[in-house]
Design a protein around this ligand. Sequence first.
Ligand code: ADP
Ligand code: MG
Length: 615
Amino acid sequence: MAKIFEMSQHMADLIAAGEVVERPASVVKELCENAIDAGAGALTVEIKNGGMTYIRVTDDGCGIGPEDVTTAFLRHATSKLRKEEELSSIKTLGFRGEALAAIAAVSRIEMFTREKGASEGTFISLEGGTVTEKSPAGCPEGTTIIVRDLFFNTPARLKFMKKDAAEGAAVSAAVLRCALSHPELSVRYIRDGREEFHTPGDGRTDSCIYSVLGREFSSSMLEARASGDGISIEGYICSPDSARGNRGHQFFFVNGRFVKSQLLQAALEQAYRNRIFSGRFPSCVLYITLNPAAVDVNVHPAKTEIKFMNERQVFDAVHYAAKAALDGENRLNRIEKSSPPSPSQAVPPRPVDTAARDSSTSPVKEKDEMPYNRGVDFVTSIQPPPENKEPSLTGVFEQTRIVYGVSETTMPQPVGKAPLKSEPEQEPAPYRIIGEAMSLYIIVERGESLFLIDKHAAHERLLFDRLKSREEGAMSQALMTPLIAAVGREEAAELLAHKELLFEMGFELEDFGAGAVAVNSAPAGIEVSDITALLTEICEDIRLGMKPGSLGVRDEILASIACKAAIKAGKSSEPAEHLPVVSAVMSGEVKYCPHGRPVSVELTKKSLDKSFKRI
Ligand code: ADP
Ligand code: MG
């Protein structure tokens, strides 16, 4: 007897629905995408009970004509793709023609829709995919779709739903991404009768981010942009001190579509190397615009995964845009901090850099606007060795004639800060070194602020950067007699396996047998008594450097060398030793230690006055 039968259409629809409609958030995502594709300028999303009992999406887009309303709910029915060739260059968010059919199969739907300019609209209702009513109706131009009782006819799926609060949170995340993805669209989001946010829809990314993610988040963001070779990057990334414990606030949009991409994530995170702790992650809202033919979005039913035709090019563009933003961190490229917005503000805060913002409405920038391929020079040229100074480990101790603690010294030009075209070089403010406290902190006064500088951490970073920028290898000191470092068998083998890399860094090692290595030379600036401990640390660096989230083997080793060569904490230093360290910190050249800890703390007069109850 035959055992294989064709499924009924209804069964097939229910199964297909599972792929597109996993939970209320996926329904909301699909409906929002339809509204955007319909050319909406304003969109309202309302949910109740986490979206399980009620979802409403209203748009002012093109609407659907009475002759198309029923077809729209059929599987593989779409107005967005006609020919096979169009599949390779998709310009709309939807194209699979599945969403409405999938949603209808597992819920109760009512839709009001009226085409632009039509004298009346249409009402249609469906239950479990079957049309229960269709009639002409008076309604505004655009479309309102109400989805009730999701999964009412699929109890097995219903069981997998989380508590309303969790489903609601997932919906909020979906609406938030939708709002961020299209700053020119005004998105209003209402959850259980409460308005959560309302974006102005003025096309400005900063006001959009401000409305959706709030004041604190916005104030930590730095503007990032680059363009060239058919790719444009625009948006914001967070300052290193605002990095978070997870990647939840990394938003990448490719041609207006929110995407998850390890490539983009890596491009961003690598720009923060040596600036943030391992285990912390940068946030971003980045808009990547490129030719739709250079992206494949048809990789996954949810369409959040994509493939780039030229991965290297995209990686570089994002990486350099982020790096340039971080290198210009001192500049006024943050989102305006003042004027707290009301939850549904109509007038967004103006950014400081209005000249740069004027072009923000056109996503693809003029070729000469700071092409990221020129950005390569921009980035590699920003860390030249300081003038008249050999970038050696000991070079940073060179003395300058300044009467310590009394005279005012003028901050040198920031080393290696390539100025952005539009900004005139600013004369830096003078500072005064007051002294050292606790054999660790250098106290500096500038303007209305006191700075406490961790001399070890700052010096470590300075040395680390110098070591990194020396392409021909680190300065080395030959030892009078070889030092025999008994590090242990495994460790000795590990070190000898990396002999060449270590040679580049100033170590000349030989096998001494019995778990020891003979050290003929070591990096300049390292005390002989520290060498064995440093080699043991390097073994650990090699292991650690292989792990994700670390600096990488090379940088981990350089960080250890820099740490050992740097001014020690707990030992008071000569005033002259402070000068290069203070100069590097006050110029902004050094902000974080190689592992991302801050190297200075600022105490403002205002905060001190407050502590003393003067104000
Ligand atoms: P897709 O978006 O992949 O085309 P859907 O099932 O989501 O598939 O939608 C089917 C069709 O219904 C769309 O192609 C579009 O023509 C129409 N449609 C859906 N939602 C709207 C809307 N909000 N406004 C106008 N047309 C819509
Ligand atoms: Mg769709």
